[in-house]
Design a protein around this ligand. Sequence first.
Ligand code: DGL
Length: 297
Amino acid sequence: MAGTDTNTGDRRPIGVFDSGLGGLTVARAIASALPAESIRYFGDTLRCPYGTRSEGEVRAFALEAARWLEAKDVKIIAVACNTATAAALPMLQRMLSVPVVGVIAPGARAAINGTRSRRVGVIATRLTVENGAYAREIRERDAGVSVVSCAASNFVEIVERELATGAHVHERWLEGPDVFDTPAVRAEVARTVAPLAEADIDTAVLGCTHFPLLVGPIRRALGPGVRVVGPAEETAAELTDILCRRAQLAPGDTPPEYRFATTAENIAAFAAAGSFVFGRPLKSVEQVALEELEALG
Ligand code: DGL
C-alpha cells in the first residue's frame, strides 16, 4: 500500500475540515508543528455557519466532509471545527477507516493547562455550548474546575464577513496588528462576552476555530487577568503523537503539499481570505459541488 511502510513513513496528507475558513487556524498550527506533512483542507463555506444549525444537520455535513477527505486518501482527519466535533466526533470515528481527531479535547487540555484558579470560560457557537462537550471534557480532566460558557455564534458571522471584505488580506495576521479590532467589532465582542468578564475566570478557551481572528477584541473585553487559549497547538500535538505511534509521520525531507477545497461560490475570495488565515498562499483551491458531497452522506 502506498506510503504505509513503517521504515519510510507515510507521505499521504492530513485531512482537515471546517465549516469555512476558521479551521485554517488549526491547519496553520499543524503546518508549523509538522513542516513535512502535506495537508488537504476542506471548508464548507456555502453551508457556513454550522453553529446555529441542528446537531442532526451538522452530523450529516461532517460525515460528508470526512468521507470526501477519506476518498482523497488522507491518513488521518482533524475535525478543525468545534461544532462538528461536538455533534459528530464519535460517529465519525466509528464510520471512517482512518483515525479522526477533534478539537474539543485539545481545547480542554489547553484550558486545564492554563488555569490556576480552576475557573474557566468557554466561548463557542450556540450548538457547542448547548451540547456541553467542553464542560464534559474539562471536568473529565479535573472535576473541580468550574466552567462558565458563553454562546457567541455571532463571532463566526463577524469573522466570515470581515474576511469577505478582503480589506485585510495584505496584513499579516498574528504578527501584525489586531486587524479586526474596529470600534464596531470591539463593542459587539464586549457585549457578547460580558457574562464571562463578570464571572471571575482566569482562563478562557476559544471553543470555535474562527475565534482566534478576534483574539484582540476578546482579550480587551476580558481584561489582562484572563489568559485566552485555543485548541490549535494541542490538536497539532495530538496529531503528532498519533502519527508517531502509528509510524505514519512523513519523512523529514518531504516537501509538503497544501491543497484546499471549498463549497464557496467564489473560490478566488476563499483563496485570498484563506491565505491570510493560513499564513501562506492558497495556491491550489478546488470547488466542490453540494451534489458531490450529498452523494457521500
Ligand atoms: N469554526 C467552527 C467551530 O469551530 C464553526 C463555525 C460555524 O460554522 O458556526 O465551531
